[in-house]
Write a protein that binds this ligand. Structure first.
Ligand SMILES: [Zn+2]
Length: 412
């Protein structure tokens, strides 16, 4: 089966030898290698490859006799795909499983003798994880007009390199980024296959699930500014130590999430100047929060920020806090979801409905295009970690499910 060959060929790119995790950040040499892999996989299948102005890659299987993109009266495309970038030391499956499965599904459709009657596209969205520039789903947000292009160009990575500089260095014109209404208008449906980032399918003893909704979620940045001082000579009473209100905020996040059935995580923090024997001048922390509904999310974040402010005031520390990106709840298109369910049921593929706390390009695109998601069982539920896993048999089931859905949507 083509899945294993494709999977093996992608696996070495961007893998860290020590952690075993992936570091595939946008507009880096690893990213270029992923893009070359995508282009080759498309070429091997005679698919037409295009990079859009936002750096997202598209591979098109045009129906026989189709007059070409932008043709008047042209039927709308069916698109599948995901992303190839990773979080720092991420797993192999989050993103790539959807892209590899898409190519394998095309192979399976051809084995079955199916021909598309409308264009069938495979997309790989840029910077989905926000691993380099901090804004999740950056490529799809730009495409859909969900982020200001000038603000996006100014986003900087940890080394101070802006998105504009990184894109230009990789040979992409950053002045062209922004919404592409023509491209989106040509897409009639987007179906993203993704490894499950929880254990719902494992608990239900099902290999495949259908996405029902994505929890509202976002990232908030908290900058605590105090006064740098000597760890040995500055008395406790004299200190303005930003680490203390930071610590209070972390504990408040856990408390707020636990009391509201939500998730809140501080997974990234920087301390300046970062000396072992000095009180910090500044501590910057990022809060990731998700909840079943928007009101609960606001409540959780409100409680964390209130606790942070109170603790900062108590320690003579200044706090600047605000959202970096917030994504509202996404309920996937009901008609498309039901169509997926019935085409899978016809093939006796059990696929329960699942909500998810993870954001996806499908969630961003849902504002503009009917979207749906398929999930593949993850036995431990662990994700954004080298331990992320899906069994080969479940990956194969995912390819079959995706091909079944694509056959229904694009070939009939
Ligand atoms: Zn993902």
């Amino acid at each position: 089966m083509s899945f294993a060959t494709l999977w093996e060929s992608l696996l070495p790119i961007g893998r860290d030898g020590l952690s075993g995790g992936y570091r595939r950040f946008s507009w880096t040499p690893e990213d270029a290698a992923c893009r070359a892999w995508f282009t080759q996989a498309a070429a091997e299948r005679d698919l037409r490859v295009l990079a859009d102005n936002n750096g997202n890659l598209w591979a098109w299987w045009d129906p026989p006799g189709w007059p070409g993109p932008g043709a008047p009266g042209g039927t709308k495309a069916v698109v599948t795909g995901s992303h190839l970038d990773s979080v720092p030391d991420g797993g192999a499956f989050d993103g790539p499983l959807g892209v590899v499965s898409a190519f394998a599904a095309v192979d399976l459709l051809r084995e079955r003798g199916c021909l598309p009657v409308r264009p069938l596209g495979i997309a790989a969205f840029s910077e989905e994880e926000g691993g380099r520039f901090g804004v999740a789903c950056l490529g799809s947000r730009l495409l859909a007009g969900a982020i200001d292009p000038a603000a996006a160009r100014a986003l900087a990575d940890a080394a101070g390199v802006t998105l504009a500089e990184a894109m230009a260095a990789a040979g992409h014109d950053p002045d062209l980024i922004g919404p592409d209404d023509d491209l989106l208008a040509a897409v009639g449906a987007y179906v993203e296959l993704h490894v499950e980032q929880g254990r719902a399918l494992a608990n239900l003893d099902a290999a495949i699930g259908i996405g029902e909704q994505i929890w509202p979620h976002g990232r908030w940045r908290l900058d605590f500014t105090g006064r740098p001082d000597h760890a040995g000579t500055a008395t406790l009473a004299d200190r303005r130590d930003p680490m203390l209100p930071f610590a209070a905020a972390v504990l408040a996040a856990r408390q707020a999430a636990a009391s509201h059935g939500a998730r809140a995580t501080v997974g990234k923090v920087t301390a300046e100047p970062g000396a072992v024997n000095a009180v910090s001048a500044r501590v910057s922390a990022w809060l990731d929060a998700r909840a079943p509904d928007e009101r609960t999310l606001e409540t959780v974040v409100g409680e964390v920020l209130a606790a942070a402010r109170e603790a900062a005031a108590g320690h003579g520390v200044e706090l600047a806090a605000g959202p970096e990106s917030v994504t509202p709840a996404v309920v996937f298109d009901q008609g498309l979801r039901e169509r997926l369910a019935s085409s899978l049921a016809e093939q006796d593929i059990a696929a329960p409905l699942l909500p998810t706390g993870a954001g996806h390009d499908a969630g961003v695109l849902a504002a503009r295009v009917p979207t749906a998601m398929l999930f593949v069982r993850n036995p431990t539920g662990v994700s954004h970690s080298p331990a992320e896993h899906a069994e080969p048999a479940d990956c194969a089931a995912g390819v079959r499910a995706l091909a079944t859905v694509l056959e229904d949507l694009a070939c009939r």
